[in-house]
Structure formats: structure tokens, C-alpha cells
Design a protein around this ligand. Structure first.
Ligand code: SF4
Length: 472
């Protein structure tokens, strides 16, 4: 998962706004951050570094830059390792001028594309998939950048939401299935593009609309020009996990408030009988209160407490000065991170029965460690409620669940998971309730990590041929 941000202005210098926009998107990636802009000599400039935004970039330096269009990126690696050479944006000066790109998602035919490009002489600097798009542009030296980009995007397979800087302006594009969100905003004559609309609030930018699936939007001194890719999939694949966990609750995606969707998931979880459950004997009927796993379970826990008419207690305290465990790269750091980050309040748990609400169980590490800390408070019983279905399948579209081995629900029953986490009961929200809580038709959502219903795309030879046709 990554966050992208772009600004185009006729009058203002915008580099510092990129910094502020990325600050609002920090939850989408904490490994590296960067910014790219085109200077008065028509050269591309890139500044990037490892770590959180304030470690990677110097805000005071950006405030002095005279850039009227710029793009930025915060990264969590899903393709390619966590190295500085994979940090984004990636920029280059080629036959048609300067270009830089920042990407959220995963190109599912990257292997074939890289092979085709290397056979044409391309030398890759990074191991990430984003660089391939730049090489595709460079290998079409006689086409204008926008046309070269359009051909590149038709040849690559999902999933991408990208911002691209070319001499003629700022380009934003979303793959034809719309896996990853991308929003357009405006303040006066300035246009903004962001992975999530929450990035606009900080800057006083008004949300205009979502970039459409399959849309390529050019923003330049002539205003906005929208182009449609000639691919019509007939269904959408917006990531349902954005509503469950990834997006910030103050974001609006395709007209749906993430906060409202999450609260509805909690409500339905409290009353539904459709989800998968395990009870060891003690039921949640004796529960004294509902507590969220902060912050991922907070909004769903509010809905759960509302529906079940139980008190809501912030009984697990989060240390705000360490990052999200799910998006830290190694297992060892992740486990240590849980203990540093989350602590139950002993007085609230002692001799009481608690319903603990979280958004999902991926590896089970966080839930297991928190429940064992709760047990140390001499609690009567702990009932875990999950506001999404079991995650049984890996994601190939830009989220870090690359193998089934990482997913506890892929190889364990609900009872086995409950036992290994150490809870008295465990219930998941059903797929139907999750989709209905989001409120978009099921055929507009990707639910592959829950039900294994992957997009059937070009594979192997067919994909290689599609890549080669880019250059015809
Ligand atoms: S597989 Fe899951 S995480 Fe990946 S895009 Fe689909 S719903 Fe989102």
C-alpha cells in the first residue's frame, strides 16, 4: 500500500503542499517518502529518503522551491524490497523531456513486462514495478508523453493509481478496474490529486470527484482533459479492504464515507448470524463492555456498542508514537512493536467480561499478544469480534499479504484461530454483511482476499504479447 499526491497550479509554488498532503497520507506508507518537480531548465528533480515523511524530506527546504507542479509519494513496499532505490517518485529525462511517476498498487504482469523491456535493452535501477512504466515511455521516443503513457497503461495489468509529471502538466490515472482509490480536488485555480480525500481537508481543498476507473486525466494550463482507456472490464474492483482497514475514516471513496461504512460493519457484526463463529462455552451474552483494538477497530467497535447497547470503553491504550504494526516490514519488529504500542488498562479488564473488536486477523500476532496481556489483567472472559470475513487469500493488487503462509485463516479453522489467540469466542462479519455495509454493488468491489475471486487477467505468453504490442 502506498499514498500518492499531486498538485498543479498556474500561480502558486506547491512543493510544501505536497509535503502536507503526504503527511495526511502517512498511514498508507512509512518506509520512504519523496517528491518530484520540473525546474525552470526543464529538468526533473527528485528528493526522497527512507523513513517517515519528516525523516525523509525537509519541509523548510520544500517551502523554498519554485515548483508549480509536483508529485509526491509515501511507500510501503509490496513489489521490490524496502530500499532507497525503490523509493518513489521515480524520475528521468528522456527524448521527449522530463517525466516522473508515483504509483500505488501492483502491476500484476510486471515479470513479463520487465522481460520484454530488458530484451529491448532496458537497464533497471530498482526492483520495484513502477520503474517499468518509465522504461515503456523511454522506449517510445517518437510519441508525445501522454500518448506513450496511454499505450503503456493499456499494456500493463492491474492494479494502479498513479500520478505522473510531464512537461505538459500533471497526469492522474486509475486502472480500468479501479482497484485503488484516487481523488480529484480543487482550490481556486489549483488542482490536487490524492490517494484519499482526507489529504484535501488539511489544505482547504474541496473534493471534486473520484478519478474514474480507466480514466487518464491531464491537468495543465488549458484546464482538465479526460481520456478513457479502450478497456471496458464490465465490472469494478475497488478494494473492499480500503473500507475495512486501509483508508483513513475521514476519507470518502466513490461517494461512501469510510467512517460510516466501518460503523455499519460494527453494527451488523453485533446483530448478524451470517458470519463464521466459534464459542468455547462462554458466550458474549455476559459481556460488560465493548473495547476496540486501537485504532483499527475503533469505528467498528462504536457501531458494535451502539447496536448491542453495551458501554464502549477505550480499554486498550495505544502509544501514539510508534507506527502501525501491519505495515512494518519484518515479523520480529512487528511483534516487538505490538508490546510497545498496545497496552490494556488492568482496572477496566479485571473481573470483567470484554468484547474486543478489531477490523481483521491477518497473521494473528497482534490479537494473540494483546489478548495474552488482557488475560494477565485477570479478566473473566474475552470475546473477539472481527468486522470483516476471514482473510484466506493473498492480495496481488498492492497489499502486503503475498503468501498464504502469512494468513492464519488460510490454514486454520475459526476454532483453531480462537484457541491460538486465546479467546473464549470468535466471530467474523460475513462477506454479505461487509459488502452491504460498504453500500456499493458487489460487482464493483474486489473481495479476493476473502473469497479468492481474483480478476482473470492476461497471463504468460498472452501478457508478454500485450506488453510487446505497446511498442507497435
Ligand atoms: S485482494 Fe483484498 S486487499 Fe487486495 S485488492 Fe482485493 S480486497 Fe483489496
Amino acid at each position: 500500500m502506498c499514498g500518492v499526491f499531486g498538485v498543479y497550479s498556474r500561480n502558486d509554488y506547491v512543493a510544501e503542499e505536497i509535503y502536507l498532503g503526504l503527511a495526511a497520507l502517512q498511514h498508507r506508507g512509512q518506509e520512504s517518502a519523496g517528491i518530484a518537480w520540473i525546474d525552470e531548465d526543464r529538468r526533473i528533480n527528485v528528493l526522497k529518503g527512507m523513513g517517515l515523511l519528516h525523516e525523509a524530506l525537509d519541509q523548510s527546504l520544500l517551502s523554498k522551491l519554485t515548483a508549480r507542479a509536483a508529485i509526491g509519494h509515501v511507500r510501503y513496499s509490496t513489489a521490490g524490497g524496502s530500499h532507497e532505490q525503490n523509493a518513489q517518485p521515480i524520475g528521468a529525462n528522456y527524448a521527449q523531456g522530463p517525466v516522473a511517476i508515483a504509483h500505488n498498487g501492483n502491476l500484476t504482469n510486471f515479470k513479463e513486462l520487465r522481460e520484454v523491456l530488458e530484451n529491448r535493452g532496458a537497464i533497471f535501477q530498482s526492483t520495484g514495478d513502477t520503474e517499468a512504466i518509465l522504461h515503456v515511455l523511454a522506449h517510445q521516443p517518437n510519441r508525445r508523453p501522454l500518448e506513450a503513457l496511454r499505450r503503456a497503461l493499456i499494456g500493463v495489468s492491474a492494479a494502479y493509481s498513479i500520478v505522473v509529471l510531464i512537461e505538459d502538466g500533471l497526469v492522474a490515472a486509475r486502472d480500468p478496474w479501479g482497484f485503488r482509490p484516487l481523488s480529484l480536488g480543487r482550490r481556486g485555480d489549483n488542482y490536487y490529486v490524492a490517494s484519499e480525500s482526507c489529504a484535501f481537508n488539511l489544505l482547504g481543498v474541496s473534493f471534486v470527484r473520484d478519478i474514474e476507473p480507466g480514466e487518464i486525466l491531464l491537468i495543465n494550463e488549458r484546464g482538465l482533459s479526460s481520456y478513457k482507456m479502450p478497456l471496458t472490464p464490465g465490472c469494478g474492483r475497488l478494494c473492499s479492504f480500503e473500507f475495512v482497514y486501509l483508508a483513513r475514516p475521514d476519507s470518502v471513496i466513490e461517494g461512501i464515507s469510510v467512517y460510516m461504512a466501518r460503523r455499519e460493519m460494527g453494527r451488523r457484526l453485533a446483530k448478524s448470524t451470517r458470519g463464521e463463529c466459534f464459542f468455547s462455552g462462554s458466550t458474549s451474552g455476559d459481556a460488560d463492555f465493548v473495547a476496540p483494538m486501537p485504532d483499527s477497530g475503533t469505528t467498528a467497535a462504536l457501531g458494535y456498542a451502539e447496536e448491542s447497547r453495551l458501554p464502549y470503553e477505550a480499554a486498550v491504550v495505544r502509544n501514539r508514537y510508534v507506527g502501525r504494526t501491519f505495515i512494518q516490514p519484518t515479523q520480529r519488529v512487528r511483534e516487538l512493536g505490538v508490546r510497545i504500542k498496545l497496552n490494556p488498562s488492568p482496572d477496566l479488564f479485571r473481573d470483567r467480561s470484554a468484547i474486543l473488536v478489531d477490523d481483521s486477523i491477518v497473521r494473528g500476532t497482534t490479537a494473540g499478544l494483546v489478548v495474552s496481556m488482557i488475560r494477565e489483567c485477570r479478566t473473566r472472559s474475552v470475546h473477539l469480534r472481527i468486522s470483516s470475513p476471514p482473510v484466506r487469500y493473498p492480495c496481488f493488487y498492492g497489499i502486503d499479504t503475498p503468501s498464504k503462509g502469512d494468513l492464519t485463516a488460510a490454514s486454520h479453522t475459526v476454532g483453531e484461530i480462537a484457541e491460538s489467540i486465546g479467546v473464549d469466542s470468535l466471530c467474523y462479519l460475513s462477506l454479505e454483511d461487509m459488502v452491504e455495509s460498504i453500500g456499493l454493488p458487489g460487482d464493483r468491489l474486489c473481495t479476493a482476499c476473502f473469497d479468492g475471486d481474483y480478476l482473470r487477467e492476461r497471463e504468460g505468453e498472452e501478457s508478454r504479447n500485450a506488453c510487446e504490442r505497446i511498442f507497435d
